[in-house]
Design a protein around this ligand. Structure first.
Ligand code: SF4
Length: 422
C-alpha cells in the first residue's frame, strides 16, 4: 500500500466514517477534509474537524505508520505545528507534540471497504499493459469519455509549454515561433533537435528575403544544416553550395555540424535531406504560414496549404549525389496530419488562450475530431483491449492516459481508477 492511497481515501471519504474515533477514543466529526497539498508540508491544509468537544481548523498529515512522523523529521518542523489530525493506516507508536501533548490520531485499518482494498491492491500489483485492464470496459462510457476530454486538454496544455517558451525566446513573434516548432516537428522524433537548432540559427526573416527563389531557400537550409560542405558531384547540389557560400558570407552564417543529422533506421522518405527540401518548399510557398493557418476553416484547407513539391532534383534522390528510383516527394498526407496534431493544433489552442479567443481553441479541437486516428503501437495497444479510437482527438487522449497515468500507476488520480475504486 502507498501513502497516496490514504490521501485518496481521505479526499474522497471512501472509508467507514461511522462512529469515528481517535486512537484515544475521542469522537471525530469530519466537517471539511481540506485541500490536498502536493508540495512540502502537511498533506491537507485547512481541514475542519470536531475532535471530542473541540472544533479544530488546521492541517492533516498522513502516514502508513504513525512512527513515520518521527522518521520524516516532523517533530522539529514548525510547518507541522498546526496539524490537528494524524491519519494513519496503523498507529504503531503514539506521537507527541513538543509540549508533550499527544497528536490526535485516526487509524484507517479496519475502516477500508474490503472490495475497495482488494481492487486497489489489484491495480497496484497488476503487471498487464495497463493496470486496470480487467476493469476498464466496465467503467461507464460517460466517465471514460469525460475523462478523455479532460486528458486531451491537459495534453494540449502540456504541449503549449514549449510554444510559450519559444514565444518568449522570439519576443512574441508568432510567425518565428511557429516556424521554429514546425521545423522541430519536420524532424520527427529522430531529427527534432537538429531541425530546431537549424531554425534557431536561420531566422525566418533571412529566409523571407529569398522566398521567391526555391534555389536560395533550399541552399540556405541545406547549407546551414551542413549538407553542402563536401565536394559535390551533381549540378543541383553544386548550384546550392555556390548559393550558400555567397549567402553565408552575406549573413555571416556558420553551418551546423552535419554529423548531428541521423539517417540510421529511417525510411528514406524521412531522411533529413528530403525533409529539409520539403521544408524549403514550404517556406518558398508561404513565409507567413501561421497567419495563413489562422485564416483556414477546415482540415482540407490546411492540407492544401501543405501541398508543396520540393525541387525536381529530389524526384529521384533521397540524399545529395545518390540517385534513386523516381518517387514523388510531396508531403504525404499522414505526415501532414502529424504536423497538424503536433504543431498546428497546439498553436491554435495556445493562440486562442493567449488572446482570449474561443474560436481558435474550438477549431483546434474540431481539427482533432476531423483527423483519422493515429497509427502507432500505443493506439494498437488500446485497440487490443477493445478500446478503438475513432479520431485523433481520442488517440491523443489515450496516448496521454497511457504515458502520463497508466505507466506511472496514477490510478488514484484517474477518473477511471476512481470509478473502479467506488
Ligand atoms: S491510470 Fe486509469 S486508465 Fe490507467 S490503469 Fe490506472 S485506472 Fe486504468
Amino acid at each position: 500500500m502507498r501513502e497516496s492511497f490514504l490521501h485518496f481515501l481521505w479526499r474522497s471519504r471512501r472509508f467507514d466514517a461511522q462512529n469515528l474515533r481517535t486512537t484515544e477514543l475521542q469522537s471525530i466529526e469530519i466537517q471539511v477534509v481540506g485541500e490536498q497539498n502536493t508540495h512540502a508540508g502537511p498533506d491537507f491544509f485547512n481541514a475542519r474537524l470536531r475532535v471530542g468537544e473541540t472544533i479544530w481548523a488546521g492541517n492533516v498529515e498522513m502516514h502508513l505508520r504513525s512512527s513515520e512522523w518521527i522518521a520524516h523529521g516532523h517533530s522539529n518542523d514548525p510547518a507541522y505545528d498546526n496539524v490537528v489530525l494524524h491519519v494513519v493506516f496503523e498507529e504503531d507508536q503514539p506521537i507527541l507534540r513538543e509540549n508533550g501533548e499527544r497528536i490526535p490520531c485516526l487509524e484507517l485499518k479496519g475502516r477500508i471497504p474490503p472490495k475497495l482494498l482488494e481492487n486497489y491492491e489489484r491495480l497496484e500489483h497488476e503487471q498487464a499493459w495497463i493496470p486496470c485492464e480487467h476493469f476498464f470496459r466496465q467503467v461507464p462510457d460517460i466517465v471514460r469519455l469525460n475523462w478523455l476530454d479532460r486528458l486531451l486538454v491537459e495534453r494540449l496544455e502540456l504541449k503549449t509549454i514549449a510554444i510559450a517558451d519559444t514565444l518568449k525566446a522570439t519576443e512574441n513573434n508568432w510567425e518565428e515561433a511557429f516556424y521554429r516548432l514546425l521545423a522541430r516537428n519536420f524532424g520527427l522524433k529522430v531529427n527534432a533537435e537538429p531541425f530546431e537548432a537549424l531554425a534557431r540559427s536561420m531566422p525566418l526573416l533571412t529566409l523571407s528575403r529569398h522566398k521567391s527563389s526555391l534555389l536560395q531557400v533550399e541552399a540556405l537550409l541545406l547549407g546551414q544544416a551542413g549538407f553542402l560542405g563536401e565536394k559535390l558531384k551533381d549540378q543541383w547540389p553544386r548550384d546550392l553550395a555556390r548559393e550558400y557560400r555567397h549567402l553565408a558570407h552575406k549573413y555571416a552564417l556558420e553551418p551546423l555540424p552535419v554529423s548531428q543529422w541521423k539517417f540510421l533506421r529511417l525510411r528514406p522518405a524521412n531522411f533529413p535531406t528530403v525533409r529539409l527540401a520539403q521544408f524549403a518548399a514550404m517556406i518558398h510557398q508561404s513565409v507567413h504560414l501561421f497567419s495563413k493557418i489562422l485564416d483556414t476553416n477546415n482540415l482540407r484547407e490546411l492540407e492544401n496549404l501543405f501541398d508543396v513539391q520540393p525541387s525536381d532534383y529530389w524526384r529521384n534522390h533521397f540524399q545529395l549525389d545518390k540517385p534513386s528510383i523516381i518517387r514523388e516527394k510531396a508531403l504525404g498526407r499522414d505526415f501532414v496530419h502529424l504536423l497538424v496534431i503536433n504543431t498546428i493544433v497546439p498553436f491554435l489552442f495556445h493562440y486562442g488562450k493567449t488572446k482570449d479567443l474561443e474560436e481558435p481553441q474550438k477549431r483546434a479541437l474540431l481539427l482533432l475530431e476531423d483527423l483519422p486516428p493515429e497509427e502507432n503501437t500505443l493506439v494498437d495497444g488500446w485497440a487490443a483491449l477493445g478500446i478503438p479510437a475513432r479520431h485523433a482527438f481520442q488517440t491523443q487522449a489515450l496516448i496521454h492516459l497511457k504515458t502520463r497515468f497508466c505507466d506511472q500507476k496514477r490510478c488514484l488520480e484517474c477518473a477511471i481508477g476512481n470509478a473502479i475504486l467506488k
